[in-house]
Design a protein around this ligand. Structure first.
Ligand code: FAD
Ligand code: SF4
Ligand code: SF4
Length: 474
């Protein structure tokens, strides 16, 4: 392969891998973006100006060595590029696919600021890591000499899986408990296949299993064991349970609305070929229905686009602010629009009735305490939209873990997220750590990976000290 020179951003235009045509992609759950061919990845990497202070790296939660692996890619040294990216991430091909790059690495690329269009960092990251899987460059989990200590991890999402891998590297026996029947957390049952195909997640999980990490599926802490029982079984415990309490729509008839995660989980299960009675009897399927999704975040975008693929008669998204003020990624809104979703901006539901939703038109008022312009009703702007199925996607809060886990002494914040010490990441309980969404509130996969990395380093430190103290006492 030819070696591409760097600093080509003026001569060479930004080019993302092609997306499939909206008509094609509306029929299946396969990813919508193609992958670079090797020469395109090299050419696009060659646009990087190799900044001395790379803002892309600064704004990547994992502080990936981006300019270095872009240069290696441009030089055709793909294995080294992959190894460097892999050195700071447990799932680079997953982050390459689903990070909101426009808000993180790419959104802070200096070439973007100079008006030439950011280096397509995420797509290159996806390319080099997929290539590594194909070429057999992805090594098995490196397992350190056995330490005689074990760790229990509650939750097999990206935070739990990342901590599991790093702790296994240190030689701990690692047990992961999850109430679902498959690992991956929201990577598996939340995020749809058109953003992240499931075999991409499952090959990561298999690699961890092959590395000796023991998965206990269908094991709900709070039902199958208390937190205290897990503390008896293991030398340290990590809580990485994510946030799952759906926020409610506080309007009459709201009980008719389906919860977004129930809807997405059923759809993802069908992609695995599972029997899902609530989907098969039509309650969680959008086929042939006029669908209304309430909310403007990434979960709402995933619901509208899933409904399109299930063959909905029409799909509308109600959001009380405008496009510029919505929390979801603009990239995902564009994808949804291309696929035929109708956005009803500045609208809030008033009542969910049989066959329709009554809504009120809104306008943006003065900024509230958060600095965002608060929506307020527009006088005389009421309307109705047809709706055979209403999906509420208004975000998630933490479940009441102290009660669920039978551990009233577990400290939580006023939002119900678990309190973890900023330095040690340990909770109020000795030897019990916490990471991911259950500490931050609903966030991003890349932050869960970062938290998993940080918490594993702290747990290792704590476990080593504990082992040393035990030796001294003996
Ligand atoms: P989770 O992924 O939620 O995993 C927690 C695990 O804990 C789950 O497997 C759960 O079953 C298990 N668990 C919970 N309670 C118990 C219990 N009592 N006992 C045993 N197991 C338990 N982020 C992005 O970066 N890009 C995206 O495109 C994106 N899209 C998203 C789409 C949707 C629909 C949703 C809901 C979120 C999305 N996110 C996205 C956010 C991202 O998925 C989360 O921030 C991330 O998964 C959090 O990781 P986690 O490991 O903390 O928790
Ligand atoms: Fe960008 Fe995410 Fe990769 Fe970091 S991990 S370089 S933010 S795509
Ligand atoms: Fe390259 Fe952009 Fe990062 Fe600078 S900010 S090193 S140009 S990717």
């Amino acid at each position: 392969m030819a070696i591409e020179p760097m600093l080509q951003f003026v001569l060479r235009e930004q080019a993302y891998p092609a997306k499939r045509a909206p008509g094609d992609r509306a029929d299946d759950f396969a990813e919508i973006a193609a992958r670079y061919a090797a020469p395109d990845a090299a050419e696009q990497s060659g646009r990087c100006s190799q900044c001395g202070v790379p803002y892309c790296t600064v704004h990547c939660p994992l502080h990936q060595h981006i300019p270095d692996w872009l240069r290696l890619t441009a030089e055709g040294r793909l294995r080294e590029a992959y190894e460097l990216s892999n050195a700071t991430s447990t799932m680079p091909e997953i982050c390459g696919r689903i990070c909101p790059q426009d808000r993180l690495c790419e959104g802070n690329c200096v070439i973007e600021f100079s008006g030439h269009g950011a280096v397509t960092i995420g797509s290159v990251e996806k390319f080099i890591t997929d290539k590594a899987w194909e070429e057999g460059w992805v090594e098995p989990v490196a397992v350190g000499p056995a330490r005689g200590q074990s760790v229990g991890i509650i939750g097999a999402g990206p935070a739990g899986l990342t901590a599991a891998e790093y702790l296994r590297n240190h030689g701990y026996a690692v047990h992961v408990y999850d109430r679902h029947d498959r690992a991956g957390g929201l990577l598996t049952y939340g995020i749809p296949g058109f953003k992240l195909e499931k075999p991409v997640v499952m090959r990561r999980v298999e690699r961890l299993r092959d590395g000796g990490i023991v998965f206990h599926h269908g094991f709900a802490v709070g039902e199958d064991a208390t937190l205290d029982e897990l503390r008896q079984r293991h030398d340290a415990v990590l809580i990485a349970t994510g946030v799952y309490k759906a926020r409610h729509v506080d309007v009459p008839g709201a009980e008719r609305a389906v919860a977004a995660l129930d809807y997405l989980t059923a759809s993802n299960r069908k992609s695995f070929g599972d029997a899902v009675p609530a989907f098969d009897d039509g309650s969680l399927s959008a086929e042939g229905k006029h669908v209304v999704v309430i909310g403007g975040g990434d979960t709402a975008m995933d619901c509208v686009r899933t409904a399109v693929r299930q063959g909905a008669a029409s799909v509308k998204c109600l959001y009380r602010r405008d496009r510029a003020n919505m929390p979801g990624s603009q990239r995902e809104v564009t994808n949804a629009e291309e696929e035929g979703v109708d956005f009803v901006w500045l609208s809030a539901p008033v009542e969910v009735c049989e066959g329709e939703v009554s809504l009120r038109r809104m306008r943006l008022g003065v900024p509230d305490a958060s600095g965002r312009r608060a929506p307020e009703p527009e006088p005389g702007g009421d309307a109705t939209v047809r709706a055979d199925m209403v999906i509420k996607a208004l975000g998630f809060d933490a479940e009441d873990l102290p009660t669920l886990f039978g551990a009233p002494e577990l400290g939580v914040t006023r939002w119900g997220t678990v309190l973890a010490d900023g330095k040690t990441l340990m909770t109020s309980l000795d030897g019990v750590f916490a990471a991911g969404d259950i500490v931050r509130g609903a966030s991003l996969v890349v932050w869960a990976v970062r938290d998993g990395r940080d918490v594993s380093a702290n747990m290792h430190k704590w476990l080593k000290a504990r082992a040393a103290n035990t030796k001294v006492a003996a």
